[in-house]
Design a binder for this molecule. Sequence first.
Ligand SMILES: [Zn+2]
Length: 272
Amino acid sequence: MKNILSIDLEDYFCDLPFSSWSNYTSRVVPTTEIILELLTKYKVSATFFTLGSIAEQFPELIEKIVSLGHEIASHGYSHLDLRKINKDILENEIKKSIILLEKISGEKINGFRAPFFSISRNNLDSFDIIQKYFKYDSSIFPAKTPLYGIPSAPRFPYRFSSNHPLEKNPNGKLLELPPATLKIPLYGNLPIAGGFYLRFLPLSLIKYGINKLNKIEESAMFYIHPKDLDVNMPKIDSYSWHYYYNLKNGKKKFESLLKNFKFSSVRDTYLF
Ligand SMILES: [Zn+2]
């Protein structure tokens, strides 16, 4: 059973407002290199949900990712929270990112992930725009977390009807790829998909969750940021503890998953 590996390609300071980014020194190239080395070592392809602004600044990094056989998808241009912007701004972000990413990668951009997984029940109409430009999306987190999520959303990949993004329709245009969760009786869906959860949860629990999905023939959608493996991530005052929790074991845990499970990009899995 193949699982899906995705990387949200952004710098460690990209959760801050775009206007402040120039105050920080970029670390995205060396930290992405760590990921690329591991992917080459374990012969894994991945989907890089890439910020347009990062591609604009580091086109050689994108060219290298493409030359290694990975897929480039969109993460918007300037990492805006979809819950805080209107549809015109969203469309502008998406268009701008697609133009840059297609130009630099030389490939068609088929997929999107909202920054901060920022799709809630209140902004499902974002899909009016997302559907216009993409074949697949991976923005709806089917869990309840302090920062995001729609706990009742479908847990496994599905196509949705044009009337409602949470309703399945096998003939729907857009494929939704929810990040992996483990369903726990009386608790709900526990995110096991990567990022902070990779650093926070015991590896045995993450492995148990992926195995559980694979046993019922479902792929786990996994994600990681370059900063999740960055032991030297500079301190940002407004970042809470979860940005820094257990960074020292991020790489080791990620590598253990690559060693023990099969992963590939969305494109290689769904043959886009
Ligand atoms: Zn992001």
